[in-house]
Design a binder for this molecule. Structure first.
Ligand code: PBG
Length: 337
């Protein structure tokens, strides 16, 4: 009698809905598909180049020929979007970033080549000056400061060159003020009504970008009068209301998709933005997050496949519609099984 007392009065048994995989899948609230993914890709000059990024096992800097092969491969896996980043050689870097709007630059040629090879692939080139900057900053430097408005002028030129090359969306990751409005206006005035903007609306000054900066050789350089971090433009990670102000401003200026970055440590920000603004939200699971998981997997401390799917599903649960992730290919393979 005594032994049954508690169970007899227990009407709510949450475990009924977890009894087996069938019921678990029937009541599931969120799901992950390859349609959710954007794959970030790293471009290098040359032919036949495929260099693994040391801190990102399985991720490569590739020349255009190899990139096109990969883009065809990921299309067949169901991935429908790529973010493009270019490694720019030192002799093309300066303080104006002018290589970034060269109509025959690596970025512009890559956009064209991907659209020729897989026309339906959504091509989202990164818009920011850091890979083109001798100082490794996302803007032009004057008197020790990253100056906003001249940088925005440069970003607008870069945006138009991407649109001319055939980009579907531009993805500004620079965090200058007013750049979305300036880009939108320039796109409209030049007839690019259908080119969208996926803005890095809430991008934090984060230490999780380390592997990316070594992949592109784009870290801020040492030097007198050169800011040693990006804290005057990227956000302070102590704040969340500020993310909402950034996101609202970008929507008002004409952004189509809002991105939050980094990902796993910023799920509260994803939820905040999604709950307050009825627009598509994307999240970027950045290089350091990829590196952490892969390092633990290499040590045998985490299960690769399970951790990938769990971390990506958490983004969906937080409210993300799209996920930019270096795991896109691996995850798509797992989901297609
Ligand atoms: C630069 C840029 C960065 C990333 C995307 N665009 C680095 C930075 O802001 O320093 C990071 C992406 C990653 O870590 O995967 N505009």
């Amino acid at each position: 009698m005594c032994q049954n007392f508690i169970t007899m009065h227990l009407y709510n048994r949450h475990r009924r809905l977890r009894k087996n995989e069938s019921i678990r899948s029937l009541i599931r609230e969120n799901s992950l598909t390859p349609n959710d993914f954007i794959l970030p890709i790293f471009l290098a000059e040359g032919q036949g180049v495929k260099e693994e990024i040391t801190s990102m096992p399985g991720i490569y800097r590739q020349s255009l020929d190899n990139t096109i092969k990969e883009v065809k491969e990921i299309w067949d896996l169901g991935i429908k979007a790529v973010n493009i980043y270019c490694k720019v050689s030192d002799n093309l870097k300066d303080n104006t970033g002018k290589e970034s709007w060269n109509p025959n630059g690596l970025m512009q040629n890559t956009i064209k080549a991907i659209k020729d090879a897989v026309p339906e692939m959504i091509v989202m080139p990164d818009v920011a000056l850091d890979p083109y900057s001798v100082y490794g900053h996302d803007g032009i430097i004057k008197n020790g400061e990253v100056i906003n408005d001249e940088t925005v002028d440069a970003l607008v030129k870069m945006t138009l060159s991407h649109a001319e090359a055939g980009a579907d969306f531009v993805a500004p990751s620079d965090m200058m003020d007013g750049r979305i409005g300036a880009m939108r206006m320039a796109l409209e005035e030049n007839g690019f009504h259908n080119v969208g903007i996926m803005t890095y609306a809430a991008k934090y000054a984060s230490s999780f970008y380390g592997p990316f900066r070594s992949a592109l050789d784009s870290a801020p350089v040492d030097g007198e009068n050169i800011p040693q971090d990006k804290k005057t433009y990227q956000m302070d990670y102590h704040n969340s209301e500020e993310a909402l102000r950034e996101a609202i401003a970008d929507v008002e200026e004409g952004a189509d998709i809002l991105m939050v970055k980094p990902g796993m440590a910023y799920l509260d920000i994803v939820k905040l933005v999604k709950d307050n603004l009825q627009v598509p939200v994307s999240v970027y699971q950045v290089s350091g997050e990829y590196a952490m998981i892969k390092a633990a997997v290499e040590k045998g401390w985490l299960d690769n496949d399970k951790v990938i799917l769990e971390s990506l599903t958490a983004f969906k649960r937080a409210g993300a519609d799209l996920i930019s992730t270096y795991f896109a290919k691996e995850a798509a393979r797992l989901l297609n099984k």
